[in-house]
Design a protein around this ligand. Structure first.
Ligand code: PMP
Length: 403
């Protein structure tokens, strides 16, 4: 049958395939219930609960008053910000880059999308350690690529190794995604693990897209390892993703960046010149103050996150049927709840983590994100970027329901 105007799908196949961001959906549902007067506690969203440090806000206020910032600026980012990002990369990651290898994007999310759009062709396979952040498979698929999930469960601390990756490699494999510290699991790869995986990618000519947005949020003896510091030979086939959202409590300002080989950065900048043009200048000036300042504000936030991390893990471990490896970074706990599925709570018997998350929201008004958003069922993600009181109350309510 030939298509007519009536039978033609209204929404393109490309966009019809995209699901709403599950984490934002949980957050929106929790906020709506709260607005309706319900005492909901949201542990869904991945955003620091602190205000942006005042010296950063002050820089933005000054920028807003300067007419130079009222105009278009270079699509790929303010040159002064790119220089500051290069200096910050040397300070925090220990290797040199040129400002020309930086593209400033509208949040880290746009960097994720543009990274895959730059190097993935239809049919290319992208190895995606799972549980994965919910945006990666969508960005890979939109670029025409095929996400190949490589699952590592709680018993392995949610970390893949070269054997698992090698088993998933094919002659269509083009890219490997790394995200350490990890959203959603809080896992942090050691320097040795990072180097082994990096060398394996190098050996097989596989590109690496490494998301380092949680670089400053590591706890205890965990250490953030930039893959390019331990395997510098990967520089020509690696795209680094980063941004100010998590380090400086700047989720609403929408500034991220990617660092890559100059041909990739050029292609991605051309794309951005049509897509969005420059990131808002006021936000770029705020990001400039952030990355060129010191790291004392994030040190204070890290102390609070670390305390909350230990609190939430202790409380979760008190619930029979919940298994939670210690998260070493970011601000998420990722318990396995397989031991709870099939049990009956208040007359309901959840068989999946999505059903369990719905039960927890409806019965005790705590919003958590089910594992289905990040890979297989059987897990929940709890963000501990909220007050100690909220965490104690929220996990206490969960324990009462599930204990
Ligand atoms: N990467 C990871 C792993 C994230 O968790 C997030 C935020 N949830 C981002 C990138 C993007 O952050 P933003 O777009 O707010 O800069």
């Amino acid at each position: 049958m030939t298509e007519t105007a009536e039978t033609r799908p209204r929404i393109s196949a490309r966009l019809a395939g995209i699901a709403e961001s599950a984490t934002l959906a949980v957050d929106a549902k929790a906020k709506a219930l709260k607005a309706a007067g319900r005492p909901v506690i949201g542990l869904g969203a991945g955003e620091p609960d602190f205000p942006t440090p005042s010296y950063i806000v002050d820089a933005a206020v000054a920028a807003a008053q300067d007419p130079v910032n009222h105009r278009y600026s270079p699509a790929g980012g303010l040159p002064v910000l790119k220089e500051a990002i290069a200096a910050k990369t040397l300070r925090d990651s220990g290797y040199e880059i040129s400002p020309g290898s930086v593209l400033v994007t509208n949040g880290g999310k746009q960097a994720v999308f543009q990274a895959f759009a730059s190097i993935v062709d239809p049919g290319d396979e992208v190895l995606l350690p799972s549980p994965y952040w919910t945006t990666y498979p969508e960005a890979i698929t939109l670029a025409g690529g095929v996400p190949v999930a490589v699952f590592a469960g709680a018993e392995r601390g949610y970390k893949v190794d070269v054997d698992l990756l090698e088993a998933a490699r094919s002659n269509r494999t083009k890219v490997l995604v790394l995200c350490s510290p990890s959203n959603p699991t809080g896992a942090v790869y050691t320097p040795e693990e990072t180097e082994r995986i990096g060398r394996w990618a190098l050996e097989h000519g596989i590109w690496v897209v490494t998301d380092e947005i949680y670089e400053h949020l590591v706890y205890g003896d965990a250490e953030f390892t930039p893959v390019l510091r331990v395997v510098p030979e990967l520089a020509d086939t690696t795209i680094v993703l980063n941004g100010v959202a998590k380090t400086y409590a700047m989720t609403g300002w929408r500034v991220g960046w990617l660092v890559g080989p100059t041909d990739v950065v050029k292609a991605a900048t051309n794309f951005q010149s049509h897509l969005t043009s420059n990131v808002a200048n006021v936000s770029q000036r705020a990001a400039l103050a952030a990355v060129s300042g010191d790291l004392s504000a994030v040190a204070d936030m890290r102390t609070a996150f670390d305390r909350r991390r230990r609190l939430v893990v202790d409380l979760l471990r008190g619930i029979d049927g919940v298994e939670v490896p210690e998260p070493k970074g970011a601000f998420y706990a990722y318990p396995s709840v397989e031991g709870l599925l099939g049990r009956t709570f208040r007359g309901r018997t959840p068989q999946t983590s999505a059903e369990l998350a719905a039960l927890v929201l409806e019965e005790v008004e705590v919003a958590v994100v089910p594992g289905e958003a990040f890979g297989p069922s059987g897990f929940l993600r709890l963000s501990y970027a909220t007050s100690d009181e909220n965490l104690t109350e929220a996990v206490g309510r969960m324990a009462e329901l599930l204990g």
